[in-house]
Ligand binder design. Structure first.
Ligand code: SF4
Length: 163
């Protein structure tokens, strides 16, 4: 569907308009209140695409009497656009590549290089203590490597583009 920003409406493939018919608020289990804008087509009557376009087969209302209706979470969509712009920006790509190298690399170092496949202790408290010791050992090792390579203060690995 094509969005018409000036009218805050959508245009369907039949060239008919879906206009705002209401605002719905929903509260999640965590207490977050989301807002959804409801759009309804006022002229779906006699539309040849109706069977494919209008879903919700459990409706008691006959298809002939039903109109196309859908909801859009505008804030969610805006945030998603912003997120997409962030993660596809130059800095976003640099952070994502570093996340792959640094976070996944840490698992590889600990599990493969140090052959640490299982916890040595049992019980929540002991396993937590073991994890903290493991993380401390890994961080000290990383610090040592950085000092040796004179990379102190450099947090991100530069991306090199293949020629
Ligand atoms: S059913 Fe309504 S919204 Fe869907 S294509 Fe037909 S006129 Fe457009």
């Amino acid at each position: 569907m094509q969005y018409l920003p000036d009218e805050d409406a959508y245009l369907c493939s039949e060239g008919r308009k879906l206009v705002v018919s209401g605002i719905r608020h929903a509260k999640s289990r965590t207490g977050f209140v989301s807002e959804k804008t409801c759009y309804t087509c006022k002229s779906c009557k006699d539309c040849p695409r109706k069977a494919n376009c209008i879903h919700g087969n459990h409706s008691k209302q006959p298809l002939d009497e039903r109109m196309k209706h859908f909801e859009v979470a505008k804030v969610f969509q805006q945030e998603r656009q912003k997120d997409l712009a962030r993660i596809t920006s130059e800095h976003g790509i640099e952070l994502r590549v570093n996340r792959n190298i640094q976070a996944e690399g840490a698992f590889a170092d600990v599990k493969a290089d140090r052959n640490y496949r299982r916890f040595l202790t049992k019980g929540h408290v002991n396993v937590e203590a073991e994890t903290i010791l493991l993380a401390m050992a890994h961080n000290i090792f990383k610090l040592h490597c950085k000092i040796q390579a004179q990379r102190l203060g450099v947090h991100l690995i530069q991306i090199t583009v293949a020629a």
